[in-house]
Design a protein around this ligand. Structure first.
Ligand SMILES: [Zn+2]
Length: 254
């Protein structure tokens, strides 16, 4: 495989940035072998549509089945490992004054790669809370065949993800919007960019004057308006970008 060439202007922008914002989507996780929401429906679960399982109504009607589906998905994620792109982002955070990482993924792979303070738009498969009062139960010992009950209020425990019909947490949206308006470099990684709210953030950053970058093997509509578009997987593009930025910083060219 040929080395990916990173435009010098992009390297300078990142190396000299005050605030880098990164939004990652399903493509980021797919490179680690985590199937996308829809591709995950195989075997026993192929007879269900995700919409029939990922709703508060489904959990109320049949909590054991919904919980079992999430346990199965947690197993898929537990067998996956963060890739070089995840690790490169964690390392990049140490090279710039500020880095805001927003993800649409629920697998926690960014944290496992060493990223801190990740803004999770759709929650996290492993961050559980009780159904009625939202009491947090971050670590339910696994495996766990049936939903446990909340020690505080006795309600059933549900996965801490955003279901159909539920809103993205207000705090996550507010942080992301503020970052998009403030960042000087915006990276869209492995996301279709067309899906709200990621699309909105990219355009917000662009309108605020940020250098915008799309990293995706299949260029999306956003590639046409972004400052730079790298048609490559994150696992290749991000380590290459990181190496170039490190080199620029070491030689004082930033
Ligand atoms: Zn509770």
């Amino acid at each position: 495989m040929q080395d990916l060439s990173i435009p010098q202007a992009l390297v300078s922008s990142v190396a000299g940035a005050r605030h880098v914002m990164v939004v990652t989507g399903a493509g980021m996780s797919a490179e680690s072998g985590v199937p996308t929401f829809r591709d995950a429906q195989t075997g026993l679960w192929s007879r269900f549509r995700p919409e029939e399982l990922a709703t508060p109504e489904a959990f109320e009607a049949d909590p054991d089945t919904v919980w079992a589906w999430y346990e199965w998905r947690r197993d898929l994620v537990a067998r996956a490992e963060p890739h070089a792109g995840h690790r490169a982002l964690a390392e990049l955070a140490g090279l710039v004054p500020r880095l805001t990482l927003v993800t649409q993924n629920v697998d926690g792979l960014h944290e496992r790669a060493g990223s801190r303070d990740v803004v999770e738009f759709h929650g996290n498969l492993f961050a559980n809370r009780c159904f009625l009062a939202g009491h947090a139960l971050r670590d339910v010992p696994r495996p766990c065949a049936k939903p446990p009950t909340c020690p505080t209020c006795g309600s059933l425990v549900r996965p801490g993800v955003v279901w159909f019909g539920e809103a993205i947490p207000e705090s996550a949206l507010a942080r992301a919007a503020a970052s998009a308006g403030d960042c000087d470099v915006f990276l869209s990684v492995g996301t279709s960019s067309l899906v709200y709210p990621a699309a909105g953030l990219a355009h917000l950053a662009r309108d605020a004057g940020a250098v915008t970058v799309e990293i995706n093997p299949e260029p999306t509509e956003f590639a046409g308006v972004a400052t730079h578009a790298l048609a490559a997987p994150a696992g290749r593009a991000l380590p290459a970008l990181l190496a170039s930025v490190q080199q620029a910083l070491a030689s004082g060219r930033a």
